[in-house]
Design a protein around this ligand. Structure first.
Ligand code: ADP
Ligand code: MG
Length: 300
């Protein structure tokens, strides 16, 4: 496209809240035939809430909540925020406004798995089955049942282990964005195939896939795994756009032919992307591609 055409299109995009960083992205976007979407915060609202809590040992709900909160308070993950919020509202319900400020020692983040630390003399793990497995905590059939029941409902389970045993669990739900399903079906009508990648587990990911009608899914992928998926698709001859919001999406945003960041996402993702969707609305994925198609067809 001519510099003038690029300028006009960028201006038009900006007025609609679609920031295009340079002519290259605009020129590539019209060729995109595959779009990879991150799940949490991209296809979903990204503000999970705890919808159920259970106990699996003799620790009380208050004890489990306090230990989980103390550990998760150090994490930036949206699931951590959900756990902290839930514990806060439980405390209010039982009439205690005392904020327990509990110090956590040896705090550790396990990317794509959860967090751990020492609360008093107890060792606390908060996260998924993968975290339990890697720390040799047994997940018995009772716990497995709770997990699979909730995952089928597109919920994610957060297990809390105290001193090497699963003491309780939370189930969090993160609703799908209202526009997600019709955007996916509109992209299909434009000849574009949609794929989801997520660090979340297969069962939850599959339930979300069905809800939005996306063509394919890859779950339990770490940040570099997400980028690998993009490269595999490119090797098959696809021109790939990636849409994401998290730090964990930035390698994939860079690897993609066109990286699109959700405006409400992390700064790292916004920096890694070629296009920023300022309104955080998935309809603007269509806006961006449409703008590129119009600009590129004008010069032919
Ligand atoms: P996504 O790709 O969906 O953004 P992440 O890679 O951030 O997911 O995390 C993958 C999974 O790891 C989550 O679904 C959750 O089960 C677990 N996890 C990660 N961080 C935490 C945390 N702070 N607390 C509990 N669980 C966590
Ligand atoms: Mg995300």
């Amino acid at each position: 496209a001519t510099p003038t055409a690029v300028m006009v299109a960028s201006g038009k995009g900006a007025s609609q809240g679609v920031l295009i960083k340079g002519g290259n992205a605009l020129e590539k976007a019209h060729k995109v035939n595959t779009i990879v979407f991150d799940k949490t915060g991209t296809l979903t609202v990204g503000k999970p809430v705890v919808v159920s809590a259970v106990l699996f040992s003799s620790f009380s709900m208050e004890e489990v909540c306090d230990m989980a909160t103390a550990t998760e308070a150090n994490s930036e993950h949206p699931i951590a925020k959900a756990v902290v919020e839930h514990a806060k509202s439980l405390r209010q319900k039982f009439g205690s406004n005392i904020e327990h400020i509990v110090e956590v020692k040896e705090f550790e983040v396990h990317p794509g798995a959860g967090v751990s630390g020492k609360v008093g003399h107890r060792t606390v793990l908060v996260g998924n089955k993968r975290l339990m497995r890697s720390c040799s905590v047994i997940v018995d059939p009772e716990v497995e049942n709770y997990i699979s029941e909730n995952e089928q409902l597109a919920r994610t389970c957060v297990l809390v282990a105290i001193d090497g045993k699963v003491a309780g669990a939370f189930s969090v739900t993160d609703p799908v964005k209202p526009e997600a399903a019709h955007v996916i079906s509109f992209l299909r009508s434009m000849g574009i195939c949609s794929i989801m990648v997520t660090g979340d587990n297969w069962a939850t990911a599959t339930a979300v896939r069905k809800e939005v009608g996306i063509d394919n899914v890859f779950a339990e992928t770490d940040p570099l795994g997400k980028a690998e998926k993009i490269k595999e698709l490119q090797m098959k001859g696809m021109t790939v756009a990636m849409v994401g919001d998290g730090i964990n999406d930035s390698p994939a945003l860079v690897a993609a032919d066109v990286g699109m960041a959700i405006g409400a996402g992390t700064d790292v993702a916004i920096e890694a992307a070629d296009i920023v969707l300022m309104k955080s609305n998935l309809e603007d994925v269509v806006t961006a591609i449409d703008l590129s198609r119009r600009t590129m067809s004008r010069i032919r």
